[in-house]
Design a protein around this ligand. Structure first.
Ligand code: ZN
Length: 874
């Protein structure tokens, strides 16, 4: 290896293209160009041995997209990858980092490796060229794949004053970063014309990077969005090197950059940074993508849920049971040839899951999931979401039928995909018995749960009932129906209540009052819908000038108690907001208003310390942002948002910015299933299903949570508003991003004791409702309740419970969990089916060490936010 020992700077020039798979053109238009790009690249490699290297943008789906129409080029790609000339992987596609779940990021890298390995070595650099901010847990994820090197651009402020540094996750996992302060396109614009132009650009790169570099090796990215490879590059480099006396330009790759950097400076001499990077000081962060086209975020969440919480664990469980029961297995009547549950034939289920994951991952590239593309691009995402959910739903229903067919007959089976016993409201369709109706459900230990009819869903022979049972963790419980005379309907009051809370609606503005029984705690003004103008675009929110907010309905709301049963009570609030129809100029909202009907449904159930809310908005206004506000009355200077493998603390105060910043700071942040305000003694948590943007406002009455329900904008990118400098993409209209029509948001209020640790399990419960199914035929071999997994711990959260990737052995289970707490924790876990061997594996599912097993339990001892993957073999 040559190193820069003679004090000359070495610019490793890395030719690449940044290939957004779909963005301001839809997929097939870019793909058509991709074919031309790839043809040319392979031709250059073939023709010119001096064309040493090309970086294929860090993702492998491009190779599939190319070979789909040019299958004859497979061998050529294999050759250039194996020769080290074409760097591929580690991602499958380059996702947004904030919006997918932690598990989806893991599957993305897993699939990226799997595809790349078909061709040759995987580039072991966490290459994050474009994504809009860096997440706290990325070093831990990369380390899970044996990657300890990372390159990124956006998110750092100017306190990062070196290009090389060590980036650390909350669990202490770290990676060496070579930062791209000028982005992946620092060498552009392309193409360039002459030796002189090339020399000027190299000088520009040196001026930018040399003051920050900790070694004599510089990363000179040489490419930009969808650019073609330059055949003349080797000649330009050779010519320039003849004239340079204090530097050398080298045609190379990212791995070479890291090898040289590590040859010159040891990791412990570099500065360390911990946690996320979300500053818009030096490069666009584009935080408004968290709320652009909210339906994409909601479908992303739904797809991740159906695959990881339902289809994967339940198909695994039904396969394990099939293997255990052998001849005693009771296969339910075939509906239309569901895939085989036999453990020797899991390939059809695994193949379907694999296809469903591909559809979901195709929707997670940063320009796709962020909602910052043209309407056509996002229209094409809808069928992918739908098909992913269809496969997940079918596999889930088949598995539920099969598992319940092994238990007692004529029962309602309720499944809980979360750890620990849990009580929650669930509905189920059951047969009618004569003229009588179900009045309760009774489990095999004699516990009786009163149920209530769900209005409007009856057929001639079936009725839908709801009840709130307790169900074991990662398991099921079966219930017998008790029929009788229905209780006479109670007179509906103006309020709803359960064992812990009373909820009322304000007669004037439709906000909620929540009182905790016996605690003397009362919150008012909750769920106030606040609407403001938005003069920004898909990438950035920008308030109008002045910021004209609509903080209540135009007339008195209509409030009704629409359910008042023993299992659930529900309040309905119908309101009409009058909102300015759109912007009048690009600065202010127009005086003319439109009526926007809003329906809020708030529900409580016994044994469930939450208020579940569903808000339906028939949006008829443009250029605005609608949020639900929750004044907490708690004076704090920081708040919490759940992230991929832990909870991140963020200050309420914005950083001090001046006009030199690329973006003005904004208080909206990304979250997973909850955000929280607490003072250590108690607090208020807001959980959600697929609403990733929140802000905590610092008001004179304490911290106030604002949850974004949706944001309506009409432009992909504009340059005429003050919260961002310059464009973030082409100046194109996007009428569908106005979200005219029905928008539904689901979220929950969770009052809790202590810190956020006192509420997060309810947030996870809200995010993951239970499922119930009536089952007529059952063999009765399994008991009236059962679990796939026992987990005893404080703070351990499961993200994956599935068959191994590629299914190489029957009866093998992969379990991934992490410690959500900010403190170390211990725990123990076991499968209900016996395991002959338990191993700790990496995220590629390769063995690392035997697990510490005592009396059949795998013992766990995890650092804060540490992620562990286990493999159980039967
Ligand atoms: Zn991009």
């Amino acid at each position: 290896m040559t190193t820069a020992t003679d004090d000359k700077y070495r610019l490793i020039l890395v030719p690449h293209t940044h290939w957004d798979r779909e963005w301001y053109f839809p997929y097939q238009r870019y793909r058509t160009r991709l074919v031309g790009f790839f043809d040319l690249l392979l031709e250059i490699f073939d023709r010119d041995p001096e064309y040493k290297h090309f970086l294929l943008d860090g993702h492998t789906i491009l190779i599939e997209d190319y070979l789909d129409v040019r299958p004859d080029r497979r061998a050529e790609i294999e050759r250039v990858v194996q020769d080290g000339r074409l760097a591929i992987g580690p991602w499958y596609e380059i996702p947004d980092m904030s919006l997918p779940s932690g598990e989806a990021l893991v599957r993305n890298l897993l699939r990226g490796h799997r595809v790349a390995e078909q061709f040759g070595p995987v580039m072991k650099v966490g290459y994050i060229p474009d994504p809009f901010g860096q997440i706290a847990h990325m070093p831990a994820i990369l380390r899970g794949f044996g990657i300890d090197r990372c390159v990124f651009w956006r998110g750092a402020d100017d306190t990062l004053d070196t290009t090389e540094f060590i980036w650390e996750s909350p669990d202490g996992s770290d990676v060496l970063v070579v930062h791209m302060p000028g982005g992946y396109g620092i060498g552009g614009p392309f193409p360039l014309e002459s030796d002189e132009e090339f020399e000027e650009r190299i000088a520009f790169i040196r001026r930018n990077l040399e003051p920050l570099a900790q070694t004599r090796t510089l990363l000179a990215m040489w490419g930009s969005d969808h650019v073609a490879p330059q055949p003349e590059l080797p000649a330009l480099i050779a010519e320039l090197n003849k004239r340079l006396d204090d530097a050398e330009v080298v045609h190379g790759g990212l791995m070479q950059v890291f090898d040289e950097v590590e040859g010159q400076v040891s990791r412990d001499r570099l500065q360390r940074r911990r946690g996320e990077f979300r500053s818009g000081q030096r490069a666009h962060l584009l935080p408004g993508v968290l709320s652009a086209r909210m339906w994409i975020k909601q479908h992303t969440f739904a797809g991740e849920q159906i695959l990881t919480r339902w289809a994967e664990p339940l198909t695994l469980w039904s396969g394990l049971l099939r293997g255990k029961l052998g001849e005693a297995w009771n296969e339910p009547p075939r509906v239309a040839g569901p895939p085989s549950p036999h453990p020797k034939e899991p390939k059809s289920e695994s193949g379907l899951l694999d296809r469903a994951w591909r559809l979901l991952l195709e929707n997670q590239p940063h320009d796709s999931i962020c909602g910052c593309s043209i309407d056509q691009t996002h229209d094409e995402m809808k069928p992918r979401f739908d098909q992913c959910e269809q496969v997940g739903e079918e596999l889930t229903q088949h598995a539920i039928r099969r598992i319940s067919a092994q238990g007692p007959a004529d029962r309602v089976y309720v499944f809980n995909p979360l750890p620990g016993p849990r009580t929650d409201y669930v509905t189920v369709v059951v047969p009618k018995a004569d003229a009588k109706v179900p009045i309760a459900l009774v489990d095999d230990e004699g516990r009786r749960y009163q149920c209530q009819r769900v209005e409007g869903e009856d057929t001639d022979d079936r009725t839908t009932v709801g009840f709130a049972p307790e169900v074991p963790g990662f398991g099921y419980r079966a219930f017998e129906l008790e029929h009788g005379e229905p209780a006479p309907p109670k007179a509906a009051k103006r309020r709803i209540e359960n064992d812990t809370s009373i909820v009322e609606a304000n007669q004037r503005d439709g906000t909620l009052t929540l009182e905790i029984k016996g605690a003397g705690v009362r919150w008012t003004g909750l769920n106030r819908l606040v609407d403001g103008g938005d003069r920004g675009d898909e990438y950035n929110y920008c308030a109008t000038d002045p910021d004209e907010l609509v903080r209540g309905p135009a007339s008195k709301p209509e409030i009704n108690v629409i359910e008042h049963g023993p299992a659930r009570q529900t309040l309905e609030i119908k309101m009409t907001y009058r909102l300015p129809a759109r912007l009048t100029s690009r600065r202010q909202r127009i005086a003319r208003s439109v009526a926007v009907p809003v329906r809020v449904i708030a529900s409580v159930s016994p044994g469930v310390p939450r208020v579940d809310i569903r808000t339906e908005v028939d949006n008829r206004a443009e250029d605005h942002r609608l949020r639900a506000h929750f004044p907490t009355g708690i004076a704090v200077n920081k708040a919490y948002g759940e992230q991929h493998f832990g909870v991140v603390e963020r200050p309420l105060a914005l950083p001090v910015a001046d006009d030199s910043w690329m973006e003005q700071p904004i208080g909206t942040h990304p979250q997973k299933t909850f955000c929280d305000v607490n003072d250590g003694h108690g607090g208020l948590m807001i959980a959600n299903r697929g609403l990733p943007e929140y802000e905590v406002l610092d008001t004179k009455n304490g911290a106030e949570i604002a949850l974004t329900l949706f944001r309506s904008v009409g432009w992909l990118s504009r340059i005429d508003f003050p919260s961002r400098k310059g464009g973030a993409g082409p100046y194109l209209e996007t009428p569908a991003a106005q979200l005219i029509g029905t928008n539904v948001a689901e979220y929950a209020i969770i009052p809790h004791r202590g810190g956020w640790e006192g509420g997060y399990q309810q947030a996870h419960a809200f995010a993951t409702p239970m499922r119930a199914r009536w089952n007529r035929r059952g063999s009765g071999i399994l008991p009236g309740s059962g679990s796939l997994l026992d987990l005893e711990s404080e703070g351990l959260v499961v993200t994956a419970l599935k068959r191994p990737e590629g299914v190489e052995r029957d009866g093998t289970t992969i379990l991934r969990l992490y410690n959500i707490l900010d403190t170390p924790t211990k725990g123990q876990v076991r499968l209900s089916e016996p395991s002959s061997r338990v191993q700790v594996v990496n995220m590629l599912e390769e063995p690392l060490a035997p697990a510490n097993v005592k009396s059949g339990w795998a013992m766990l001892d995890l650092k804060p936010n540490e992620i562990v993957t286990l493999r159980f073999d039967r």
